[in-house]
Design a protein. Structure first.
Length: 604
């Protein structure tokens, strides 16, 4: 399926189109640089203020610092949370590598502080280049060679996806999204062996980074097997995929799995998923060996391979049949069930609902249109993969809005296929104004889209008094200025909100009790029990953790949960103005959003 416009000698812009087709890679890098420049300007103030936007970003920089300070490569314990033993993080060092390389490379020239600020600004934009390249390459293969520019220009319109590539967003999601885009591009690779190998390697690296995109990895593998069932000529793609996925997963486990991940846990690349992937890849490689002339035979062999892999996982790892986090019902009720991104799309406000749902809906429709157009061609099967991934991503979005970035990314392929025929109609027009406007719009799409992406799409109503206080606390409490007085205190252990823990350890030398990570479940429950329970219970919990200070930010979103859930609990009484003899107020500058107390020696 190639929707290319005919060469028109009477079109004065035909040389421009030809030049763009020959130099599309160089132009793609140029567009990426322009987009990066815009984002750096847009986020300049946040970069100066080291305003890492998410708890995961704050913990990521703490992990990088610990490694650069001498922590073992395979020791991913965060010693500044839940002291003295710390707790294990289920991540890997893969995403730490570019951040650490930037810090080490820049530190001799600009100093440690500026090196960190530059690193957290630059690092998220590196996977953006990979994502843009994969989008453009997939569009060239699935839609038409000239559609690469359209696919790249659409990316800044995917606000949820772009949020994972913006400066300061150093968590792992950007890399996983880029690998997902690369997987789809590789599924459309006409060179079967190379395409299968790239899908396998990308799947293994994504799996080593985290399990978030495991369902999409499974869909990609299933689509490769399906293609072999229909056409025996797809055997090289399937064999290359199976061998590369299995080998790359083993290498990733050996090179990046932490000491803690040597245990049979369900939430990361541990022996659970290492052995499951190995069995599945061996089974797929095995069915590619015997000659199978009919599609019925190939279907039966594929069914046996799939059943073997599923049976192995089911019987070998019965503890992983449920949620991979393995949280207790109490932890889910008190904490995970209140996490906004873990809630379904229909539980969100209207602007967020529309912002996350429109693009996936358009992309799904566009992919269906392209699938129909591609019937009978080699492009039918990768488009079928896009359709299945699109449907799955929409279903995931209805379950948890954290699926939004992946859902929007997948939608871009269908949107490009939907818009491109309109571009062809415009280029076929006899009116010069129409033929000139389309290329001009395409050439300006990336910078224009990046500017539009920074603007609010939906008007917001004026917040009420409570919402205004919550917004103010959310804006002020994480800032360096607000935390500077706390940072000047001698290093100690501070008891604070779960969501404040990562920020506190990232910008001060203090330790905290908990962060919003499921392996930290016992400490998370201790924080909730302290703020929900009686003052005596809170005092006992703080003493058990060796905390010397209590730090709260009234009206931070987490605090509203404690107050609403336990109106007679310790936190609600504290915010209501009640004071306790075992807490001594610590003066903070006027206008500080924080309240800070020192626990009396007898209370520790």
């Amino acid at each position: 399926m190639q929707w290319e416009p005919p060469h028109r000698a009477d079109d004065p812009l035909q040389p421009v189109w030809d030049w763009l087709g020959r130099h599309w890679r160089a132009m793609l890098v140029l567009f990426w640089l322009l987009l990066c420049a815009w984002m750096l300007v847009e986020r300049a103030g946040a970069i100066r203020g080291f305003a890492l936007p998410d708890t995961d970003d704050n913990l990521r920089i703490a992990q990088v610092r610990a490694w650069l300070a001498g922590q073992d490569w395979f020791d991913l314990r965060q010693m500044k949370l839940n002291p003295p033993g710390g707790f294990n993080i289920h991540w890997s060092r893969i995403v730490d590598l570019p951040i650490a390389a930037l810090i080490l490379g820049l530190r001799p020239f600009v100093g440690g502080v500026m090196a960190e600020k530059a690193a957290v600004a630059i690092a998220p934009m590196l996977p953006l280049l990979l994502a843009m390249f994969a989008l453009a390459l997939a569009a060239r293969r699935l839609v038409a060679p000239g559609a690469w520019l359209l696919a790249a220009a659409l990316l800044p319109f995917a606000h949820g996806t772009m949020g994972m590539f913006r400066p300061l967003r150093i968590d792992h999601h950007g890399w996983q999204l880029a690998l997902l885009a690369l997987t789809i591009a590789a599924l459309a690779d006409p060179r079967r062996g190379r395409g299968g190998m790239i899908v396998g390697i990308a799947s293994a690296v994504s799996l080593a980074i985290g399990l978030e995109l495991l369902p999409y990895i499974a869909v990609a593998g299933a689509s490769i097997v399906l293609r072999w069932i229909v056409h025996a000529e797809a055997r090289p793609r399937m064999l290359a995929y199976a061998l590369s996925f299995g080998l790359a997963t083993i290498i990733a486990y050996v090179g990046f799995a932490s000491y803690a991940n040597h245990q049979p846990l369900c939430d990361a690349l541990t022996p659970v998923w290492l052995t499951t992937v190995a069995v599945a890849c061996l089974a797929v490689a095995a069915i590619a060996i015997p000659p199978a002339e009919s599609w019925q035979t190939r279907l039966a062999l594929a069914g046996l391979a799939g059943a073997a892999a599923l049976a192995f996982f089911w019987f070998a790892w019965p503890g992983c049949h449920g949620r991979p986090e393995g949280v207790s019902p109490e932890l889910y009720r008190l904490w995970l069930g209140n996490v906004r991104e873990a809630k379904p799309l229909f539980a969100q406000d209207w602007p967020l609902f529309m912002g996350l749902s429109v693009l996936p809906a358009l992309g799904l429709g566009g992919a269906g249109f392209c699938l129909w157009r591609a019937r009978g061609s080699e492009a039918f099967y990768p488009w079928l993969s896009v359709i299945v991934m699109s449907v799955f991503s929409v279903v995931m979005l209805l379950w948890q809005v954290r699926a939004g970035p992946a859902s929007q990314l997948i939608a871009l392929f269908g949107c490009a296929g939907l818009i491109w025929p309109l571009v062809l109609r415009a280029r076929a027009s006899t009116r010069m104004a129409v033929r000139v406007a389309v290329p001009a719009a395409l050439l300006s799409a990336v910078p224009a889209a990046s500017m539009v992406s920074a603007l609010p799409i939906y008007p917001k109503s004026r917040p009420g008094p409570l919402r205004a206080k919550i917004n103010r606390a959310s804006r002020l409490c994480p800032t360096l200025a607000a935390l500077a007085p706390i940072a000047r205190l001698p290093a100690t252990t501070i008891f604070t909100f779960v969501d404040l823990g990562p920020r506190l350890i990232a910008v001060t030398h203090h330790k905290a009790i908990a962060g919003p990570y499921h392996r930290n479940g016992d400490a998370i429950l201790d924080v909730h029990h302290a703020f929900d329970g009686t003052p005596q219970q809170a005092q006992a919990i703080m003493r058990a953790h060796g905390a010397t200070h209590l730090l709260v930010c009234p009206y931070l979103p987490e605090s509203t949960i404690y107050k609403a859930r336990s109106p007679n609990g310790f936190y609600a009484r504290l915010q209501g103005g009640e004071r306790f003899g075992w807490l001594t107020p610590v003066p903070l500058p006027k206008g500080s959003p924080y309240w800070l107390w020192r626990l009396d020696a007898g209370a520790r």
